[in-house]
Design a protein around this ligand. Sequence first.
Ligand SMILES: Nc1ncnc2c1ncn2[C@@H]1O[C@H](COP(=O)(O)OP(=O)(O)OP(=O)(O)O)[C@@H](O)[C@H]1O
Ligand SMILES: [Mg+2]
Length: 228
Amino acid sequence: MIEMHDVWKNYPNGSVALQGVSVRIDKGEFVYVVGPSGAGKSTFIKLMYREERPTKGSIFVNGFNIERLKERKIPLMRRQIGVVFQDFKLLPNITVYENVAFALEVIEAPKRKIKARVPEVLELVGLTEKANAFPNQLSGGQQQRVSIARALINSPAVIIADEPTGNLDPETSWEIMDLFEEINRRGTTIVMATHNKEIVNTMKRRVIAIEGGQIVRDQKRGVYGYEN
Ligand SMILES: Nc1ncnc2c1ncn2[C@@H]1O[C@H](COP(=O)(O)OP(=O)(O)OP(=O)(O)O)[C@@H](O)[C@H]1O
Ligand SMILES: [Mg+2]
């Protein structure tokens, strides 16, 4: 599903974000990526959907050779990878429904398909009632649900999330985690960078710890392992 072989990432300013990372994540896994601030977690995640490109090494995600991919194939690849961010990244001037539909409209999906699929994902994330609301009329947790619905719209094989609960209170964070668990139960692979110690320690999922740009720990039923 996801494979990295000896991946290095140096940013143009000289900072070395990843140093020789190799990893394999199988279909259906749920993986937490942990580590101190500046360790390289976001870089690790950005490389998976080619937001950043490696300085060296190879990356395969869902059958795509991410590094060698032709520019024109990037949209096709991104459709098969759902991405969720800490700050939601919703479009403020359109409704919840339209935010979710947008990803289908840009690929010129048939209207019929959009009409069927949007309510389906809104229901899955528990936001049927909020379809006509605007993002600023929603709580943080609800906004994150919209962004998860948007990530799910093309039924991606994998969802990659960078601190999706970073802006949420503990109770809301748990609700969002339950949603990710449900999505994973339905077969979607999930890779999530997080600083949420309690969630990682409770869920007992695979934990990959990154420090100084290297994988320093990879546990099957892991723990957070840091004090914050
Ligand atoms: N666009 C960039 N340009 C230059 N350096 C960068 C860039 N993005 C990240 N870095 C550097 O690369 C290293 C890894 O950063 P990264 O954002 O991957 O860490 P992180 O583990 O996600 O940290 P945090 O927990 O704070 O989000 C850091 O030293 C950071 O300063
Ligand atoms: Mg980060």
